[in-house]
Design a protein around this ligand. Structure first.
Ligand code: SF4
Length: 279
């Protein structure tokens, strides 16, 4: 895709500017696919099923094209703004970036989020047999047609809880790293009057943490024999949630484009309040 095509897409009024900046990238569950330029871009670039298959050459070709387009745009923008990408300042900026990365990794929130990601892997590795037993139990319940028992609903809730946990397992860490790096840059740039990108990222980390807590509660109901191990995970997540709130007190109030706004649809006669309705 060339620069002109990108500019044309960006100018389309049906898209909510920046909606993809503070989402959780779970497009399958997103109410804004039709209003998201990022989603449209992905659909256009990867419309061919082969282009979505990671084992197919076309996938890597499309990915390389996307990188090339981004690189060309970066060079062009740098040129327009008189920035020399090979200059000494760039090297200094890269060193600063490296230091910020280190600081972010050592922040108590990102460290706790990293540990959480590992705890999830450990739990799932140890629970393989549990899922097989659970499937047998649910099958039996379905065959016996026990009154007031809904094995299909139970299975759907379990699947949903697992999907949520897996989706956010590493995302909490990634979003917190972006939050902390962003905060370090913002501190040096004194941008008090603008909403802070770091607060937007922290808000997603908070939402992801809370959804994970809800999903683990469902897991505890589904696997009562795992109560203690799951409780450890819940306690860890709840502490993380409180640490995020303490470290980034303005995160909750951050207004994410689309998700936290009353959005006027491009189609006439529709107004939806999507506050907190993402997934
Ligand atoms: S805003 Fe929605 S559609 Fe767009 S990238 Fe995020 S999750 Fe996907």
């Amino acid at each position: 895709m060339d620069r002109e095509r990108l500019k044309k897409l960006a100018g389309n009024p049906k898209f909510i500017p920046g909606v993809y900046n503070y989402c959780d990238r779970w497009c399958e569950r997103c109410p804004f696919t039709s209003r998201c330029m990022n989603f449209a871009l992905g659909e256009e670039q990867f419309s061919d099923p082969e282009a979505r298959d990671i084992d197919n050459e076309l996938f890597w070709q499309k990915l390389a094209e996307t990188f090339q387009t981004n690189l060309d745009m970066l060079k062009k923008t740098a040129e327009e703004q008189g920035i020399d990408l090979d200059s000494f300042e760039i090297e200094t900026a890269m060193e600063e970036e490296r230091l910020n990365e280190e600081t972010a990794k050592n922040h108590e929130c990102s460290r706790a989020a990293k540990v959480y990601g590992e705890m999830v892997d450990i739990w799932f590795d140890s629970a393989k047999g549990l899922f097989e037993k659970k499937a047998d139990k649910l099958r039996l319940k379905a065959e016996l047609e026990v009154p007031n028992v809904n094995p299909v609903g139970e299975a759907a809730n379990l699947k949903d809880a697992v999907e949520i946990i897996r989706w956010y397992q590493h995302q909490i860490y990634v979003k917190l790293m972006r939050t902390i790096r962003g905060e370090l840059i913002e501190k040096s740039e004194i941008l008090d009057e603008f909403p802070k990108d770091s607060d937007g990222s922290a808000k997603i980390a908070l939402i992801a943490t809370e959804r994970s807590i809800a999903a683990w509660r469902e897991m505890r109901d589904q696997f009562p024999e795992q109560g203690d191990d799951i409780l450890d995970l819940l306690v860890h997540l709840d502490r993380l949630r409180r640490r995020i709130e303490k470290s980034f007190p303005a995160a909750r109030a951050f207004v994410r484009p689309g998700f936290d706004e009353i959005v006027q649809h491009s189609e006439p006669m529709h107004t939806v309040d999507v506050r907190n309705s993402c997934h």
